[in-house]
Design a protein around this ligand. Structure first.
Ligand SMILES: NC(=O)N[C@@H](CC(=O)O)C(=O)O
Ligand SMILES: [Zn+2]
Ligand SMILES: [Zn+2]
Length: 443
């Protein structure tokens, strides 16, 4: 159930942080954006004074767990979390059970989403059958079934010949290969970033080289094949250098960073709470600084959540037995605005680029998602309260799991409503209630 937004004017909102504007919405579209008070007379409508309006967010990297692990998350619960976090679109990773490695399974995920989802869901196709790293999945027919992005995420395509073949096939199909860069033999049984923190804990170390050797190899293969490579969850300063080098050569490479790798370090992980156990591991403060700089200068294109729910029961195992992964959808905007707003106002245009426009373009959905906020465009946006000052409470999250590292963090910015093509998909405080009311419809 979603509410259809009637014709309404949102008054006093800051469109991408610009001066206050009145935004007129009709029939699911933005029909006018005027400087607030331009008409002289008071404007009737919903007051959005001080709220920041962003294009609704697009996540290239979400684990929705359905089919196969509905104890951790379902498409229904994960997309409710997405809508609450400001997202209109998520790309659902293929490491489900069964793996999304055939056109039938791509369609199956899309069908569940059509029945149960609170945002648009784009199934990611596996690169190799069963994520086994050997035989290519049928990329062309899966692309025909609607997959735009291909990834064995959770596992790395370790064999360079297989990745090269995937890039060739992907180029022919006009799709993107998203690599989880983790050299199996170098990461070995790593549990925590190699360095002082790991030394103190005595846990098996996971070196930066496990990521960087794969990225170095993969960008060369992207350059050689012309196939589009997207590097998942970049975590080290060395990877940033490699991306810079590849991009200078004009190679078809893009990359993402997660909110948690922009804020947290291996010092937190060393304290031993498995909520900080994630793949790739939290790195050093120097890595965090390099990742932030790379996001600011465009070397890293996108912020993606890598929302990875796991039931508390499994996270309660000891450090070495607990699964890797943490939640992201419901806190991503708050974390990124915090990171980019340390010295004052965050750069909203950069946030719109990194969390909406660019992921939509990379994922090939930019005809419907990540559109600019302009007259004639669909009413697909998220409203952010920049003075919310809220406390993260995982028990109030929509996700079925609670494994967020940000529990009890206090954040300044909070998503207060999400609208997709004129349908209200999240409105926890009833901000838009007066503009919907009688025009309820089923989603
Ligand atoms: N990020 C994680 O720590 N875990 C992910 C897999 C992945 O993204 O590699 C998961 O599926 O749980
Ligand atoms: Zn991964
Ligand atoms: Zn992932």
């Amino acid at each position: 159930m979603t509410d259809v937004l009637g014709d309404v004017v949102l008054t006093g909102v800051r469109v991408l942080g610009r001066p206050p504007s009145d935004v007129e919405l009709r029939d699911g579209r933005i029909t006018a954006i005027r400087a607030a008070g331009a008409s002289g007379a008071p404007v009737a409508g919903v007051t959005g004074t001080g709220l920041v309006m962003l294009p609704a967010l697009v996540d290239l990297h979400t684990h929705l767990r359905e089919p196969g692990d509905e104890e951790a998350e379902t498409i229904a619960s994960g997309t409710r979390a997405a809508a609450a976090g400001g997202y209109s679109d998520v790309f659902a990773m293929a490491n489900c059970n069964p793996v999304t490695d055939s056109p039938e399974r791509v369609r199956h995920v899309a069908e569940i989403a059509a029945r149960t989802a609170s945002c648009r869901v784009h199934p990611v196709g596996a690169i190799t059958l069963g994520l086994a790293g050997r035989d290519l999945a049928p990329l062309a027919t899966m692309a025909h079934a609607g997959a735009r992005l291909f990834s064995d995420d959770g596992r790395c395509v370790d064999d360079p010949a297989v990745l090269q073949a995937a890039l060739h096939a992907s180029r022919r199909a006009g799709t993107v290969i998203a690599q989880h860069a983790q050299c199996g033999s170098l990461a070995a049984h790593g549990q925590i970033n190699a360095g002082q923190a790991a030394d103190r804990t005595g846990l098996p170390p996971w070196p930066a080289t496990a990521e960087e050797t794969i990225v170095a190899r993969d960008v060369v293969l992207a350059g050689a094949t012309g196939g589009r490579l997207h590097v998942c969850h970049v975590s080290t300063a060395g990877t940033v250098e490699l991306l810079r080098w590849a991009k200078q050569r004009g190679w078809p490479v893009t990359a993402e960073v997660t909110p948690h790798h922009l804020l947290l370090t291996d010092e937190q992980a060393a304290a031993g709470d498995t909520v900080h156990k994630v793949n790739p591991p939290l790195r050093t403060a120097a890595d965090v600084a390099a990742l932030r700089a790379a996001l600011l200068d465009g070397t890293i294109d996108v912020v993606a959540t890598d929302h990875a729910p796991h039931p508390a029961r499994r996270k309660a195992a000891g450090w070495c037995d607990a699964p890797f992964g943490m939640l992201g959808l419901e806190t991503a905007l708050a974390v990124v605005a915090e990171v980019l707003g340390e010295d004052g106002e965050p750069d909203w245009a950069l946030i719109a680029d990194a969390m909406s426009h660019r992921p939509a373009r990379i994922g090939g959905i930019d005809s419907t998602a990540g559109r600019p906020l302009a007259e004639g465009e669909p009413a697909t946006f998220t409203l952010v309260d920049p003075k919310a000052d809220w406390l993260v409470d995982p028990d109030r999250h929509h996700s079925l799991s609670t494994n967020t590292p940000f529990a009890r963090f206090r954040f300044r910015h909070r998503v207060v409503a999400t609208v997709v093509e004129g349908r209200v998909t999240a409105d926890p405080h009833g901000l838009l209630a007066t503009a919907t009311g009688s025009r309820r419809s089923s989603a």
